[in-house]
Design a protein around this ligand. Structure first.
Ligand SMILES: Nc1nc2c(ncn2[C@@H]2O[C@H](COP(=O)(O)OP(=O)(O)OP(=O)(O)O)[C@@H](O)[C@H]2O)c(=O)[nH]1
Length: 404
């Protein structure tokens, strides 16, 4: 079933897709002895999940009964058997999912209005589906920041679809258009989960000044710290003393260490020191902040090349993620930045910040469709817990729910 059907389809289908799996009441290890073990959890892990629910990856509710049973397995023998109230655990997860969805919904209200106003205008004078209608539709989509390429592609495909010209009412048309946008978004899914290695994981953050790189690193540091990972930050934006101080402040807030050198030092040498420390002291994750002087592309390219070389010399398959931070309030300008940064260094994911204050969240569609770069993180506010993994279902529902 496609994304649109899952989210906005017939009521029955919707219920089927959204209902959490039925979980059987209190289970004991004895009852599941013959089930295959997937990942044993300790009672401490279970408590962590409850306490740090904000920092979890999106919870899967489509687990099979076997998986759920296996998740409740505590030890290899009966003596270690303890009872877990899986109902209570499922409630906590469901609550957390609901809270996350609410956050998306609130943060996307300005963008939702952009779409709503555009569509209201389009249909205010609607009489018939003719060439003028398609031209206006294309313009509406462009104004909603989905990008010129995607707007043209969607309009072109809709022109060729007979069912659009057969649609009787504005409501039918609206539904078909949203369906097309969501289908496009759903095509060739891109991986949106951040990579995590067994040993040291290295994330490199790039992006122009003020887009929210440092804030995103700080929020992520808090998340991983909550998950009991050993986190190290490297202040490789040595261009501005203020940038170093800011990362140090985030390190203090998240209670993680930051490797720094004086402003003006070679950024690659900060990275080298951080890698030595991370390896020697067995850190789980190292996140590197860089200066994003796109206006001086040659220097930026040289700087990132040098940093990349230093990283690869120490850990050949790193950086495991190169995250480009983009400010959602800048709309098409952010797309331009993504294009330019892609020519400087390969980008594995985007952290789209400030969605909460943006009416231009439609750029997510453009980033994913036109640039083929996955959005992996979204910033929904300035606070330490205002960072979410990108969830396309929450996003699409938050964007279009009032249009249908
Ligand atoms: N509302 C909102 N504000 C954000 C978000 N992310 C970052 N900000 C704010 O954006 C401003 C700039 O963020 P920084 O993290 O300093 O940006 P930067 O890219 O590191 O900038 P430089 O250090 O100058 O390179 C700060 O005031 C942040 O609080 C977000 O998701 N929502």
């Amino acid at each position: 079933m496609g994304l649109f059907d899952r989210l906005f389809g017939k009521k029955k289908e919707k219920e089927e897709a959204l209902d959490p799996v039925e979980i059987n009441h209190k289970e004991t290890v004895q009852e599941i002895e013959n089930e295959p073990a997937v990942s044993p959890v300790s009672s401490a892990d279970t408590t962590d999940e409850a306490n740090n629910i904000e920092s979890q990856q999106p919870v899967r509710f489509d687990k099979s009964e076997n998986e759920i049973n296996a998740d409740t397995r505590i030890g290899e023998n009966d003596e270690e058997a303890i009872t877990i109230d899986v109902d209570a655990l499922a409630d906590i997860f469901a609550q957390s999912r609901e809270e996350t969805e609410k956050k998306y919904e609130n943060s996307l209200s300005l963008t939702r209005n952009t779409f709503k106003e555009g569509f209201n205008e389009l249909f205010a004078n609607f009489r018939t589906v003719d060439e003028e209608f398609f031209e206006e539709l294309e313009e509406t989509l462009i104004m909603s920041d989905v990008g010129v390429d995607l707007a043209m592609e969607i309009t072109k495909e809709l022109r060729q679809e007979a069912k659009l010209t057969k649609a009787k009412s504005a409501d039918d048309l609206r539904q078909l258009i949203v369906e097309k946008i969501v289908d496009k978004f759903d095509e060739d899914k891109l991986p949106s989960i951040l990579t995590m290695e067994d040993g040291l994981t290295v994330f490199l953050f790039v992006g122009v000044n003020g887009v929210g790189k440092t804030t995103t690193i700080g929020k992520l540091a808090a998340r991983y710290k909550n998950q009991h990972k050993k986190v190290l930050l490297a202040a490789a934006d040595t261009f501005r003393a203020g940038a170093i101080d800011q990362l140090v402040e985030w390190g203090r807030r998240s209670d993680v260490e930051v490797v720094t050198k004086a402003a003006g030092s070679d950024p690659a040498s900060v990275v080298y020191d951080a890698l030595q420390k991370a390896k020697a002291e067995h850190y789980d994750i190292l996140m590197i902040d860089t200066a994003g002087r796109l206006q001086n592309k040659d220097n930026l390219m040289k700087e990132l090349e040098k940093i990349g070389k230093v990283i690869r010399r120490e850990i050949p398959d790193a950086p495991h993620e190169t995250i480009l931070a983009l400010d959602a309030t800048t709309g098409q300008n952010a797309i331009q930045q993504a294009k330019e940064f892609s020519t400087v260094t390969p980008i594995t994911g985007i952290a789209l910040t400030k969605l909460d204050g943006s009416a231009k969240g439609g750029i997510v569609l453009s980033i994913v469709q036109s640039l083929r770069i996955p959005v992996k993180l979204i910033g929904l506010g300035e606070k330490i817990d205002d960072l979410q993994d990108f969830d396309e279902e929450f996003f699409v529902r938050g964007l279009f729910k009032e249009l249908l």
